[in-house]
Design a protein around this ligand. Structure first.
Ligand code: AMP
Length: 423
């Protein structure tokens, strides 16, 4: 990796402002999944052990901007509430206080929580720090300036910052104050990556730049339009591109198949045809489903019982909707994975939220779990599916960022990485 990491700088006695991803799921103030906290620990512990003053910042959820004078974008159901009620509700749902309590348990009682971000509490907590101490600031997004990448907010945050450390891969594709802006104004001595970002870039970057071949990418999910950039970039790199999910029907249409009532982006059919052509030009094998699981309608609720049948992909009845890849396709895709040496997967093969329609996604997850190839799961739904099926340990790498990993696979430079010092 060409970016500096925390190992490239002397952190002893330095205030290190670390952007971490502590956006954990919570229910009634209780953390329901600690993965992100655990993911942040190696960087935090390294900095503590090396005598840094560790100031952590993160967002949590999609809160109202309660630290501004005017609260913006109030949802219709909350319009009748007073400011006090909105503040109380937001703090209950999105305060990082419970995360600080858990971190404090995990880090030997060294963690102090500041109930504001740049205000007097934070300033006092930071002023009182000794080397090896940790302060967690309150939710960055309680300030609207965070996502607006406001210069004044960057400057205020930078007061806590001799060295800026970005370790939040999940938000590295955003140019927010804490993810990129802060490093823009020459206010910090250094801007470096933490271990989590380093690993993401090394594993995914390594696969894209020097893959052990055959290199197979599997793309699924709802829309071609979301993944055009990724498909385009991967067509320059992979040996085989496998398509599943609702995305496949836009490609079917491009091939002249009827798609019934399946999700299909009519305005992207031409583009799908161009991508098929590009694959042929580049001698990339593009695999589309040969058979499709169809039903009369989309399941509602999504996990309700559903009657399905399997049809060849070029024979989807006019009144039926494709909702998963069929059995023959599952076998073909599993075989392609088995023959591969590097596999990248992003996006489910069908409506995996429904057990009847999860078989395609499960088959792909299982194929990845049973290969010795390097296997990389680009966050989001595929990561959730792999974890849910108990295959997490069998993968080489599960990305911690859905949107960020997609942009990375697209070949884009992430603002949260671009802002870091080069080696
Ligand atoms: P994405 O966010 O683009 O990765 O898409 C994930 C969503 O695509 C999931 O919620 C799936 O239920 C949905 N999806 C996958 N296959 C289909 C399909 N054949 N028809 C409708 N939705 C689908």
């Amino acid at each position: 990796m060409n970016k500096k990491t925390i190992k490239d700088v002397d952190v002893k006695g330095k205030k290190c402002l670390v952007r971490v991803d502590l956006n954990v799921p919570m229910k009634n103030g209780v953390i329901t999944d600690e993965n992100r906290i655990n993911g942040a620990l190696p960087t935090i512990k390294y900095l503590m052990e090396h005598g840094a003053k560790v100031i952590l910042c993160s967002h949590l959820g999609r809160p109202y901007n309660i630290f501004n004078d005017t609260i913006k974008k109030i949802k219709p159901e909350d319009e009748s509430k007073s400011r006090e009620e909105l503040v109380a509700m937001t703090l209950k749902k999105c305060s990082l206080r419970p995360v600080a309590a858990r971190l404090n348990e995990l880090l030997g009682g060294k963690v102090t929580f500041a109930a504001d971000v740049i205000g007097p509490e934070a300033q006092k907590a930071v002023a009182n720090m000794k080397d090896g101490d940790v302060v967690l600031l309150e939710n960055l997004r309680f300030h609207s300036e965070e996502t607006k990448n406001d210069e004044g907010f960057c400057r205020a945050l930078a007061k806590f910052c001799d060295i800026y450390v970005n370790d939040a891969f999940g938000t590295a594709h955003r140019a927010h104050a804490s993810t990129a802006g802060i490093a823009q104004y020459g206010l910090c001595e250094a801007a470096v990556a933490g271990f989590l970002i380093e690993k993401e870039l090394e594993v995914m970057g390594g696969a894209l730049e020097h893959p052990v071949r055959p290199f197979v990418a599997i793309l699924g999910g709802a829309k071609v339009s979301d993944k055009i950039g990724v498909i385009n970039n991967l067509l320059d790199k992979v040996d085989t591109l496998i398509i599943g999910g609702a995305m496949a029907y836009t490609f079917f249409k491009a091939k002249g198949y009827g798609v019934g009532t399946s999700l299909c982006e009519i305005d992207k059919v031409e583009l799908a045809a161009e991508l098929i052509e590009k694959a042929a030009d580049k001698k990339v094998e593009m695999l589309l489903p040969v058979d499709t699981v169809v039903a009369k309608a989309f399941p509602d609720p999504i996990d309700s019982a559903i009657e399905v049948e399997s049809v060849p992909s070029d024979s989807i009845p006019d009144d039926m909707m494709g909702l998963d890849i069929g059995e023959k396709t599952r076998e073909i895709y599993a075989k392609a994975v088995k023959d591969a040496k590097t596999v990248i997967w992003n996006g489910p093969m069908g409506v995996f939220e429904n057990p009847v329609l999860a078989k395609g996604t499960m088959a792909v997850a299982e194929a990845l779990a049973n290969t010795d190839a390097t296997t990389i799961i680009g966050g989001g739904d595929s990561a959730a599916a792999v974890k849910q099926l108990g295959y997490a340990d069998k993968m080489t790498h599960i990305s911690t960022g859905g949107g960020a990993s997609l942009e990375f696979l697209e070949g884009l430079e992430l603002p949260g990485v671009a802002c870091l010092d080069n080696k």
